[in-house]
Ligand binder design. Structure first.
Ligand code: XMP
Length: 512
């Protein structure tokens, strides 16, 4: 394991991902982690992240120089580079030298381990106030920039190195190569974190945890639950039961993807619950978004509870599979191991008198790794590449009351939009594209010789990193035209297609 020490920048997760892209397993630890604890985890290397503080600030996160006596290879980035310089006896100036954004790096030593052979001047991404003015004893300065004399240093004998810039961001085009060289060449780590090894290790861990017990897993149609279930299936076979609630608010084809494609790919035992009628009855007459969400959540819990009880009537189940990802683990304060939960406290929809132990096969993985693992396990592309889709489904994409007819209309329009976006190769640029039916709005149109009085649908294509903020995606006009023509021709109730050009904030991604 490579430990990434998080100095409070938003970059730690990105660094950890880049390390894994170099086929080396990584985890994030807080800056407060004592050196003894770091040593106890036996890392093959440590990377010190960037951070917003000045090393001279009162509350600057400390770096214990004892780290450098452990023999563990260390790479310092940005703040980590400066903290490292200081801890080892170099000088950091608080002199107002600032560099933000794209900067040219000039190699001062073209034979260095990290930068040797790269172009002697190349762009990197900088973001710093203070700067290192003298490297510590024993280090070779290998690069400078127009404004700072010491932009990179290394002591390959002691397997220590640092760079002032951010190699982890895409704006540093040689950054990934520099990280690779540190990991593989300087630290001497064998690149062994591959998709095949992830699957093998996870399957072994699941077998060790579950023993000859039984597990249950709720499927949503999305990538996380599908991959988690597929891994558990591979580990324990038929001792896993998957439960899939069809609440009738899914998009075209999604039920079939689970019932046919997922089952064909994994051989998993699937228990599908047909609950469309029940959800529609509960939603009858309701237009308020919050009320709809509450009803859908409540009904989902009830249906899942009944389904679980059905499964439990036949067999004893001790384990519940959840698709928790590594970013959730980091954001909730980290910690490893598996908690035993009283089901109704944490997981909606499980009978009160049953205790499950959680199985979380994706706990160590980032989303892109989950997708790669899913593909390797043979899961259908539509599931593995699926864009985010809200739990309440199409229920919050019909503005107004949810009815069977309206669902059918929206499903047809949504299917066309998705088909055309995929056909034009735009899926990679789009975070997601909700299609919204304005069921309470009518407008006049003309089709053939007749007047129509139908509903508009809204296209809401957005680009985003994490759904917290988003920008509307500039879709090519010809793609918009194809969607518009097809939807108005093929979907009877829709006579107008509207494009949402609002960023988030102020608009949310979904309309409700
Ligand atoms: P908003 O609309 O808040 O959406 O900008 C942000 C992201 O969250 C998704 N979303 C949900 N996901 N249950 C979910 O599982 C929900 O109730 C829910 N509401 C919104 C939305 O699709 C977007 O990706």
């Amino acid at each position: 394991t490579v430990l990434v020490v998080d100095y409070g920048a938003q970059y730690a997760q990105l660094i950890a991902r880049r390390v894994r892209e170099a086929d080396v397993y990584s985890e994030i630890v807080p800056a407060s982690t004592p050196v003894a604890e770091i040593v106890a985890r036996e890392p093959v290397a440590v990377i010190l992240s960037g951070g917003p503080a000045s090393v001279y600030a009162e509350d600057a996160p400390a770096l214990d120089p004892a780290l450098f006596d452990t023999g563990i290879p260390v790479l310092g980035l940005c703040y980590g580079f400066q903290a490292m310089a200081r801890a080892l006896g170099g000088d950091v100036a608080h002199d107002g030298t600032r560099e933000y954004g794209r900067t040219e790096l000039s190699l001062t030593d073209t034979s260095g381990a990290l930068h040797g052979g790269l172009p002697s001047r190349h762009p990197v991404w900088m973001s710093h106030g203070d700067s290192v003015v003298r490297a510590p004893e024993g280090f070779t300065v290998t690069a400078s920039s127009d404004r700072v004399a010491v932009a990179a240093f290394e002591d390959t004998d002691r397997r220590l190195a640092g760079v002032q810039y951010h190699p982890e961001v895409g704006h540093s085009p040689h950054g990934q190569e520099v990280l690779r060289r540190f990991l593989h060449d300087v630290a001497g780590i064998a690149p062994a974190w591959t998709t095949a090894s992830i699957i093998d290790e996870t399957v072994d861990a699941i077998r060790a945890q579950v023993g000859d017990g039984r597990a249950i897993c709720g499927l949503s149609g999305g990538v996380d639950s599908a991959v988690a279930a597929a891994l558990v299936q591979r580990a324990i076979g038929d001792r896993l039961t998957c439960v899939f609630v069809d609440h009738g608010l899914l998009r075209a084809g999604e039920r079939e993807q689970v019932e046919k494609d997922f089952v064909a790919a994994t051989g998993a035992k699937l228990h599908t619950v047909d609950a469309e009628r029940r959800f529609l009855d509960a939603l009858a007459g309701v237009s308020d978004p919050e009320q709809k969400r509450k009803i859908i959540g409540r009904e989902f819990i009830r249906v899942f509870e009944v389904a679980t009880a059905d499964v439990l009537a036949e067999e004893t189940v001790d384990f519940l599979v959840q698709g928790t990802l590594y970013p959730d683990v980091v954001e909730s304060g980290g910690g490893s191991g598996t908690a035993t939960i009283k089901s109704h406290h944490n997981v909606g929809g499980l009978p009160d008198d049953v205790e499950f132990t959680l199985v979380e096969p994706l706990r160590a993985l980032f989303k892109d790794e989950v997708r790669t693992v899913g593909a390797e396990l043979g899961l259908p592309e539509v599931i593995v590449r699926r864009q985010p889709f809200p739990g309440p489904g199409l229920g919050i994409r019909i503005i107004g009351e949810v009815t069977a007819d309206r669902l059918e209309t929206l499903r047809a329009a949504d299917a066309i939009a998705r088909e055309e976006l995929t056909a034009s190769g735009l899926d990679g640029e789009i975070w997601q594209c909700p299609v919204v039916l304005l069921a309470d709005v009518r407008s006049v149109g003309v089709q053939g010789d007749g007047r129509t009085y139908g509903h508009p649908i809204v296209l809401r294509p957005v680009s985003s990193e994490d759904a917290m903020t988003a920008d509307w995606t500039r879709l090519p006009y010809d793609v918009l035209e194809r969607i518009s023509t097809r939807v108005t021709n093929e979907v009877a109730e829709v006579n107008r297609v509207v494009l949402d050009v609002t960023s988030k904030p102020p608009g949310t991604i979904e309309w409700e």
